[in-house]
Design a protein around this ligand. Structure first.
Ligand SMILES: Nc1ncnc2c1ncn2[C@@H]1O[C@H](COP(=O)(O)OP(=O)(O)OP(=O)(O)O)[C@@H](O)[C@H]1O
Ligand SMILES: [Mg+2]
Length: 387
């Protein structure tokens, strides 16, 4: 396992030998770095950021209180309060207790906040993370990437800080695409088992210097694994289990008179096609809520991720005040609800609204100071006034 990993990376170095520039980029891990470089700063929120140039030996992970982080994340993620709490608790469990580890499965439709929630939490906690698309991976790396590459990506995302990466988060997205009655997918899940369980992988100790051949035993046992997926059709398995009759009546009593679990249970996942050994490694199952029209409205109005707020502040930077009736929030939410892509659709609707406005501003810089949106702009993006 270790040898293969190392050779594979070597191969990449060699391939790029022809291009001097590129080799430098790869070695510094610049290509895939998704996280911002660290700076030393204490936020008003009380969170500490770390110094990139700081002494790694003295590196100390300062974790904000759980309730603090929860409140903080809820400023971004709307309509998933209980889910956010569960995810944070599970991650904290792994951070705070030496012997406990978390592997979380998050089930939810597109645009409900699965990826965003994890991203926000990992960023606030300054935990290195990588988000991997399960569909990219193959069991042997024949035509896709090897699962060991996941570790490499994690390392790249924290500039090869081996200790921090060992306490990092690996997110595997679209895990449901590897489940079912497709043998190769199941093999990928099985090849993931080893790193989930905790194994040692030999990685270069000093990748910035290709002449340094020393290796480091990278331990995966503390890494938090988070699996994301929509699992379409899983709902039917649960419904069947719960004995919902045609009238939609919930027979809450099981055959033996015991109360049935309305949450997803591991048996549902096994029936869906997830290998038993894999299901066995998952300790927390979280089901995201569908986002209602009210939630979408709140996202636009309150969330720090609101795309409408982003436009508003960009325009304001240019000296243009944006004004509209408060009902517009609801109109956008309603329009966005018509598709099944949750909050993702908000971006499309809002981008459509601003198409002509952005053109006008670009074509006539400094001309406008006021932009007023009509409620009908949701359907007809010429319905605005600029002065
Ligand atoms: N609950 C939420 N609160 C606030 N914003 C949200 C929420 N859910 C989604 N969004 C917005 O929608 C975007 C897409 O969400 P996200 O990437 O988390 O979707 P997802 O659940 O991972 O869906 P997919 O299965 O399509 O990947 C986010 O970047 C964010 O701006
Ligand atoms: Mg996602």
């Amino acid at each position: 396992m270790a040898k293969k990993f190392f050779c594979k990376r070597r191969q990449i170095y060699n391939e790029d030998d022809t291009d001097g520039k590129r080799i430098v980029i790869i070695q510094t891990g610049g290509i895939k770095t998704k996280q911002k470089p660290e700076i030393e700063k204490t936020h008003d929120s009380g969170l500490k950021e770390y110094s990139k140039s700081g002494d790694k030996q003295n590196f100390k992970l300062e974790v904000p209180s759980l309730t603090y982080l929860e409140k903080y994340i809820l400023k971004y993620i709307i309509g998933q309060d209980a889910q956010v709490r569960k995810i944070i608790t599970s991650i904290y469990k792994s951070i705070k207790f030496k012997t406990l580890k978390s592997n979380i499965l998050i089930i939810g439709n597109s645009g409900t906040g699965k990826t965003e929630t994890i991203k926000q939490i990992a960023q606030r906690l300054h935990i290195p993370y990588t988000i991997e698309d399960a569909t990219k991976y193959t069991q042997e790396g024949y035509y896709g990437d090897d699962v060991i590459d996941i570790i490499f990506n994690l390392l790249e995302n924290c500039n090869y800080d081996l200790k921090r990466a060992e306490n990092g988060i690996i997110v595997i997205d679209e895990i449901d695409k590897k489940v079912g009655h497709n043998a190769s997918g199941v093999e990928v899940l099985k090849s993931l088992l080893k790193i989930i369980e905790g194994t040692k992988i030999k990685v270069p100790l000093n990748p910035l210097n290709p002449l340094d051949n020393r290796l480091y035993d990278f331990d995966t046992k503390k890494i938090i694994f988070i699996f994301l997926g929509a699992f379409s059709g899983l709902e039917n398995i649960r419904k069947r289990r719960l004995n919902i009759n045609q009238l939609g009546f919930l027979a809450n009593e099981g055959e033996n008179g015991k109360k049935q679990d309305t949450r997803y249970i591991k048996r549902d996942l096994i029936e869906y096609g997830m290998p038993e050994e894999f299901v066995g490694r998952i300790d927390t199952i979280i089901e995201m809520n569908e986002l209602s029209q009210e939630s979408l409205t709140l996202i636009l109005k309150r969330s720090k991720l609101s795309i409408l707020k982003k436009y508003q502040s960009e325009l304001s930077e240019m000296g243009i005040e944006l004004s509209f009736d408060d009902k517009l929030y609801e109109c956008i939410a309603k329009e966005s609800l018509s598709l099944d892509t949750g909050a993702r659709e908000l971006s499309n609707t809002v981008n459509y609204i601003f198409e002509n406005i952005i053109y006008d501003i670009m074509a006539n810089p400094k001309k406008y100071h006021q932009c007023t949106l009509d409620l009908d702009i949701v359907h007809d993006n010429t319905r605005y006034e600029m002065s």
